[in-house]
Design a protein around this ligand. Sequence first.
Ligand SMILES: CC(=O)N[C@H]1[C@@H](OP(=O)(O)OP(=O)(O)OC[C@H]2O[C@@H](n3ccc(=O)[nH]c3=O)[C@H](O)[C@@H]2O)O[C@H](CO)[C@@H](O)[C@@H]1O
Ligand SMILES: C=C(OP(=O)(O)O)C(=O)O
Length: 424
Amino acid sequence: MVEAFRIRGGNKLKGILRASGAKNAALPIIIGTLIEKGTYVLKNVPDLRDIRTLIQLLESLGMKVERLDKNSYKFVNEGLTNLVAAYELVKKMRASFLVMGPMLAHAKEARVSLPGGCAIGSRPVDLHLKGFEAMGVDITLDHGYVEAKAKDGKLLGANVLFDFPSVGATENVIMAAVKAEGVTTLENVAREPEVEDLCNFLNSMGAKISGIGSSKLVIEGVEKLVPGEYTIMPDRIEAGTYVVGALMFNGDIEVEGVVREHIESFISKLEEMGAVFEIEGTHLKVKSKLEDLKPAKVKTMPHPGFATDLQSQMMTLMCLVGGTSEVKETIFENRFMHVPELNRMGASIDIEDHVAVVEGVKTFSSAEVMASDLRAGASLVLAALKAEGESIVNRIYHVDRGYEQLEEKLKAIGADIERIKMEA
Ligand SMILES: CC(=O)N[C@H]1[C@@H](OP(=O)(O)OP(=O)(O)OC[C@H]2O[C@@H](n3ccc(=O)[nH]c3=O)[C@H](O)[C@@H]2O)O[C@H](CO)[C@@H](O)[C@@H]1O
Ligand SMILES: C=C(OP(=O)(O)O)C(=O)O
């Protein structure tokens, strides 16, 4: 049996949706607690399936974890008792591969399962490994695991130029470099806000990372970090998902937790389409109507470009905008799995090469559909809320990876949504 959402769409939704802590910042920051012995308190940690998977992985390495309240945890690192990150846990979530950098910083060696691909693409880790090798780490592949060992037990500062600004590779190598001997210079790094949040967390413990937010980071290795307390940033992708909802429901939904500069390309693309926003601090209200929006072209790019994690939600909105819109996906090879599902709900989308051509339709129609990944799942939920009648969104374990208490948040603004069990 798997869980699904049964959604009876067409309700008038009204109220405030608040973004929780960012999954993609919380994951690397929690993993960062592996670097140094001591006690860490992390706040605004979202209550998600991915966080629970990660905690299991950290506990398997020797970390003691105590939940202080719904969104706060204490992590006590008394030294790692196991240097193997097992396939059973790593395969559930690709971000698990980020334990390699911290384990190298802590113990100068690690054996971490290769994560494998997922529904959105093959997702290799070559850029992570190139960075570690430059720092004097011997890498061997053995029965699906990466064995990493610092030569002579020393992690050395190095110059690394990434071929592509990979978020994961940037984060992994940063976490190895903060305690390396000497200076590490990383060029063409990912500039996503979650990378900045990780750097700010590490610097709050005494790491010396400069250039934060730019494409070049200079990291002066330090002997010791001093663990403490840190609050995770709000989830810009969750907030962006709700902004799409606010536009689809003609401004009756307001969104809390919007940091405009974190999703500038998304917000400005929506403004180009005719959306009018009133943003006060981190509170967003929509002042335009869905029927005022014009079609647009969007191309996903590394930050500060349009985020791939908002691509499917944007496409769902475009389905309801008169005229022809286009979405080009450049980050992941296979991130259009939501297209046939949206078409089952009455959308009119064709894929040509890596471009989805979207012809606007009047509305969605209810149907039984399947989430293929996290953001695809969120997009189908948005479409189902709009469609008159009963829809089923199946395989919501994907959605549970990244949206904290989605059905409670939606129920609170008037949605008719319930979690049910379905045949797998
Ligand atoms: C937990 C987390 O933060 N996940 C985010 C992170 O994923 P993730 O860190 O996996 O994304 P990357 O930026 O690394 O990947 C982007 C592209 O680079 C390729 N690549 C990556 C590493 C590598 O060694 N070799 C290589 O070829 C990938 O296959 C992909 O096509 O950034 C993505 C891009 O913004 C987001 O969609 C994910 O939500
Ligand atoms: C693709 C995503 O996550 P992950 O990298 O964990 O698969 C996402 O958050 O949309």
